[in-house]
Design a protein around this ligand. Structure first.
Ligand SMILES: Nc1ncnc2c1ncn2[C@@H]1O[C@H](COP(=O)(O)OP(=O)(O)OP(=O)(O)O)[C@@H](O)[C@H]1O
Ligand SMILES: [Mg+2]
Length: 227
């Protein structure tokens, strides 16, 4: 099954008189269970493409299909439902809620999904363990290092068992050992639960783990290769 299909996406940004290219006729198909990296220089359109794929931002033209459903045909609430239940996001800025503890940040999405309390507690402790943060669940984001906050964001994204994870620079603030552990976790989820991963990254360590490497330059896909 096709997890994501993008057809001829274009997106420009306007800043004063300047027109900035975000995406320039991008087409890509990603099958369920793939492990894809988006690479390319800063400003090449990786985040813009991920945001479009997740329905967080609307391209100017082109068509996106998520799990067989054209995104433009979904109502706002149907799109929100799909994001909530099927997609785990790891943002470039971690977007943790500062007044909630690490555990509460992870639990929050499941609460909105209607997962019952006992199950939430179980998954919070499992995912904290998986990302190497066992015992730190009670800390506020400000009491954690950048890398630890990043791992809370990863735990939050995977706690609700999404079919698709869209991750933007998930290893940017991690030391090599933690980055390797995170990639091992992603690989395990990909292999055992068939979770589809699309990861934007500059990190060679991450690219080494992916099965398909897509390179963007100036908003265009310039190469797309199986590893
Ligand atoms: N909200 C915005 N307003 C204006 N320009 C934007 C906006 N978002 C992105 N851009 C521009 O669009 C282009 C693509 O940006 P994007 O964030 O997708 O790049 P990226 O590949 O993710 O870069 P990085 O590796 O630095 O994260 C860049 O030139 C950027 O400056
Ligand atoms: Mg980016």
């Amino acid at each position: 099954m096709t997890a994501i299909s993008c057809k001829d996406l274009c997106k420009t940004f306007h800043q004063g008189d300047a027109t900035i290219t975000g995406l320039d006729h991008v087409s890509i198909e990603i099958e369920s269970g793939e492990f894809v990296c988006l690479s390319g220089p800063s400003g090449s359109g990786k985040t813009t493409l991920l945001n479009a794929m997740g329905g967080l931002d609307t391209p100017d033209s082109g068509e996106i299909t998520l799990a067989g459903q054209p995104v433009h045909s979904l109502s706002k609430s149907a799109l929100a439902e799909m994001r909530l239940h099927n997609i785990g996001f790891v943002f470039q800025a971690y977007n943790l809620v500062p007044v909630l503890s690490a555990s509460e940040n992870i639990e929050f999405v499941m609460q909105v999904q209607g997962v019952d309390k006992k199950e939430r507690a179980k998954r919070v402790s499992e995912t904290l363990e998986e990302v190497g943060l066992a015992g730190l669940g009670d800390r506020l984001p400000a009491q954690l290092s950048g890398g630890q906050q990043q791992r809370v964001a990863v735990a939050r994204a995977i706690a609700c068992s999404p079919e698709l994870v869209l991750a933007d620079e998930p290893t940017a603030n991690l030391d090599s050992k933690t980055a390797d552990q995170l990639m091992a976790l992603f690989e395990q989820l990909n292999e055992t639960r068939k979770v589809t991963f699309v990861i934007a990254t500059h990190d060679q360590r991450v690219m080494a783990h992916c099965k398909r490497l897509v390179r963007l330059e100036d908003g265009k896909i310039v190469s797309d290769e199986l590893q």
